[in-house]
Write a protein that binds this ligand. Structure first.
Ligand SMILES: Cc1cc2nc3c(=O)[nH]c(=O)nc-3n(C[C@H](O)[C@H](O)[C@H](O)COP(=O)(O)O)c2cc1C
Length: 346
């Protein structure tokens, strides 16, 4: 556990975390996507809290630049707050040390990933592997709360490894009394990955066993989905994941609908998604102007352009772009009036 923390990585001073509530939608941790520009994009649309991509505790401790990149923020961006750094790891010593180093850099809120079903992660006992060892899970969370403070640590779980055995068994009781600020349930089994449907009824099962504020994640593709889940009354708040990837303005739609916005205000139209695509490109240019991020944008933009007339031609040209100017020019070809002429935006 030698190695120092790269000085290029400095996290922001934190705003207080708001209470978990229906009108405080979170941006979910999204490996490969919830980086600084995307978080800023979603915050601009009303995300109340944003999570980093999951990052390995061991990777942080060994000082890998790649790991630190995943939790990178900057003091020049105090608006990237409140920020929850999501960690995965199965060894309490590494998680403790990772949290300690992140705290030194100004991070204040932490989430433990206990839901990732990816083999490489699970075989180390981390991610959803922790669902099979609730004693270790509780031990790691206790260590995190001890360092970060009560209410500053959460955990993201699945319903169980192959079914709902975690939420419906004795395990949730072990999460009580630790001082957790939130628990997020993605109500699928780990074995399901992202297939099939999320079973929101598991939220109520967990709710009956635990008094910690509960966030729901799973099948929140639109604001209508998020609000329908909240209407069921089992979760205190929700987080958007794939819904935000295809339409970052889902947060605005969520808030507007809660404030009484009429029908039509809660779903993405093409002009809204095009606006998001442009904002995203501009935030990348501003905060993360690198060739790596330009290449990454080639895979991100198609998510916004689904269903656009001419999108497949734009997609095939996107894979060849070499500059941000070219990306912007391509998006210019999808101007709302043109999309509108082809039956797209109003
Ligand atoms: C591309 C992608 C990356 C993800 N990365 C993470 C991650 O780093 N940590 C995590 O806890 N969950 C991760 N998830 C799971 C999401 O946070 C969320 O729980 C899941 O997608 C279910 O929500 P949804 O059906 O509304 O998308 C990821 C999901 C996707 C699609």
């Amino acid at each position: 556990m030698a190695q120092s923390t790269p000085v290029s990585t400095i996290l922001v001073p934190e705003e207080a975390l708001p209470p978990v509530a229906p009108d405080r939608p979170w941006l979910a941790p999204l490996a490969g996507f919830s980086d600084l520009p995307f978080r800023m994009l979603c915050r601009g649309y009303g995300a109340a809290v944003a999570c980093t991509e999951m990052v390995s505790a061991k990777g942080l401790v060994y000082g890998g630049e790649g790991s630190w990149d995943l939790v990178r923020s900057t003091p020049r961006v105090p608006e990237d707050s409140p920020l929850v750094a999501q960690i995965f790891g199965a060894e309490v010593s590494f998680v403790r040390e990772a949290v300690r180093r992140l705290l030194d850099l100004g991070a204040r809120y932490f989430d433990l990933n206990a839901g990732c079903p990816v083999k490489k992660v699970v075989k180390t006992g981390a991610g959803a592997g922790l669902l099979e060892d609730s004693g270790r899970l509780a031990e790691i969370l206790q260590a995190m709360v001890h360092l970060a403070g009560e209410g500053r640590v959460g955990v993201k779980i699945r319903s169980g490894w192959s079914g709902a055995e975690f939420v419906s068994g004795p395990a949730p009781a072990r999460l009580e009394g630790i001082g957790l600020g939130w628990v997020t349930l993605h109500p699928r089994s780990a074995a399901q990955g992202l297939s099939g449907k999320a079973n929101w009824s598991h939220l109520r099962v967990l709710r009956e066993r635990i008094g910690v504020p509960l966030l729901a994640s799973g099948d929140m593709y639109t604001a209508a989905d998020g609000l329908a889940c909240l209407d069921q009354g089992a979760a205190d708040g929700i987080m958007y994941a794939r819904g935000a990837l295809s339409n970052p303005a889902v947060f605005r739609a969520h808030l507007r609908t809660l404030q009484g916005g009429g029908p039509g205000e809660n779903e993405a139209d093409q002009s809204e998604r095009l606006e998001a695509a442009r904002r995203h490109v501009s935030l990348c240019r501003h905060y993360a102007d690198s060739r790596k991020n330009l290449l990454k944008m080639r895979t991100i933009l198609p998510k916004y352009l689904k269903g656009f007339p001419g999108a497949s031609a734009v997609r095939s040209r996107l894979v060849r772009v070499c500059s941000w100017d070219e990306v912007e020019a391509l998006l210019g070809e999808l101007a709302p009036d043109k999309a509108g002429q082809s039956g797209g935006a109003p």
